[in-house]
Design a binder for this molecule. Structure first.
Ligand code: RM4
Ligand code: MN
Ligand code: MN
Length: 430
């Protein structure tokens, strides 16, 4: 399978030409950090331990409601999506797992798929169910809802699909099911707001009952879209109440684009953690709504503040802290591999900066109500350029110092354009 990826010689020769400059920048940053009592190698090692999953559906150019503009060489099936994920992982070394979405990634042989992935150096993260669109030949429609539908046959079908996802996930080695439903209404009065939530909870409890012992059920909320008047699981409040009602294996998943504009997401993170219900993340960025823009491209400071809470949470977690991290983006104008590389870098950068926060000084400033010095603790960390730390962590793990440079030079997409069949035009994500 090795030749399905990029040439290691190319990566190594690219790195060799950049090594001296990187060492110089890393050492200089190391001296500067040491003056603040921080060991740069410790930060580099923590960064090297951090990993996030790639969304299989993020390997294709995204579709909007209006159109999609495929690029030559984009993947057309799960095996090809895995190949592209392997390239991302080969270069950045922080994305060793893939999150599959069913039925988009359906296969008749999950054990075989697991082997293919392992051959590419990949494993599998949470599996995702899809009851937000109908499939060809489906006996009942999700037009008026799925897990919360008034029609019991639609609910049964949606529950069954989620249980099938768990079964596929078990064969793949996944340990979590993420459930996002688009259920909701477009008109006041269209549905009873209380009863639809009750139906959702009842369906979710049937899915919960089918979870293997060591699995988590991740509940993903979203404010609106496709429902524009009311959404059944619209916010973190609904999500945490549902998770509490369902039981300890149910946790909340925060997608950064799924909140009302200007909501304080880092505070939501802290709240969910406080009640032991922070289960996972979908990283992306947003300007207006669920825009699925590249992580850190619009509001990198928010990403840093979210990571600041995550680092605090990891320090205070009584029984370990292990949320499922995933990138969830839609790439409309870039090569998806490049966007995923750039986002992985932005996410790791936010994490590295959060690790640089002088937490002792921060707590002392908070205790004496010194707002300015507390803020400066965050600011000092945020101001740092941590790129040499990220590049050094990548290099030592066998990745590329200049990820986009290697990728462009490799001609991967051009090669794939010869081998892969063209993607059909149309709308939709995959
Ligand atoms: C949703 C949500 C889910 C993702 C789908 C494709 O808005 O973010 O996580 O599975 O999009
Ligand atoms: Mn999401
Ligand atoms: Mn979304």
């Amino acid at each position: 399978m090795r030749d399905a990826m990029l040439s290691t010689d190319l990566i190594q020769s690219h790195n060799a030409a950049r090594l001296d400059a990187l060492r110089d920048e890393y050492d200089s940053l190391g001296r500067s950090l040491a003056r603040s009592g921080v060991r740069i190698d410790g930060i580099r090692d923590a960064v090297a331990r951090f990993s996030m999953a790639l969304p299989s559906w993020g390997c294709g150019t995204g579709g909007t409601r209006f159109a999609k503009f495929p690029i030559p060489g984009e993947p057309t099936c799960i095996e090809e999506r895995l190949e592209d994920c392997a390239v991302v992982q080969q270069l950045c070394r922080a994305t060793p797992r893939v999150s599959l979405h069913f039925p988009w990634d359906s296969s008749s042989d999950y054990a075989g798929l697991r082997e293919v992935a392992a051959g590419l150096g990949l494993g599998f993260d949470a599996v995702n169910s899809n009851t937000f669109q109908d499939q060809p030949g489906q006996p009942v429609s999700y037009r008026y809802g799925s897990l919360s539908a008034a029609d019991p046959a639609a609910r049964d079908l949606a529950v069954r699909h989620n249980i099938d996802c768990i079964e596929a996930g078990r064969r793949l080695g996944s340990r979590a099911l993420t459930v996002w439903v688009g259920d909701g209404t477009n008109f006041p009065g269209q549905q009873d707001l209380g009863a639809s939530l009750d139906r959702y909870l009842e369906s979710m409890s049937r899915i919960y009952a089918a979870l293997p012992e060591d699995w988590r059920l991740l509940i993903e909320h979203k404010l609106y879209e496709p429902a524009f008047y009311s959404t059944v699981v619209s916010d973190w409040g609904t999500s945490i109440l549902a998770a509490k009602e369902l039981g300890p294996k149910a946790k909340c998943l925060v997608d950064l684009g799924h909140h009302a504009p200007s909501v304080n997401i880092e505070q939501i993170v802290a709240r969910l953690h406080r009640f032991g219900k922070l289960g996972g993340f979908h990283f992306n960025d947003s300007k207006y709504g669920d825009d699925d823009l590249d992580s850190g491209s619009i509001n990198p400071h928010q990403l840093f503040l979210v990571f600041n809470e995550l680092v605090t949470a990891a320090e205070t977690a009584p029984d370990g802290f292990d949320p499922a991290y995933m990138i969830d983006q839609s790439h409309n104008v870039t090569d998806p591999i490049e966007s995923l590389l750039s986002s992985a870098e932005a996410i790791l950068g936010a994490y590295a900066k959060a690790l640089l926060v002088d937490r002792e000084a921060l707590r002392a400033a908070q205790a004496r109500n010194d707002a300015m010095m507390a803020f400066q603790c965050l600011r000092a960390a945020y101001r740092r350029d941590v790129t040499p730390i990220l590049a050094m962590a990548r290099l030592e793990a066998g990745g590329a110092i200049d990820m986009l440079g290697v990728y462009r030079e490799s001609g991967w997409r051009r090669r794939k354009a010869q081998e892969r069949r063209p993607v059909a035009l149309g709308a939709g994500i995959v």
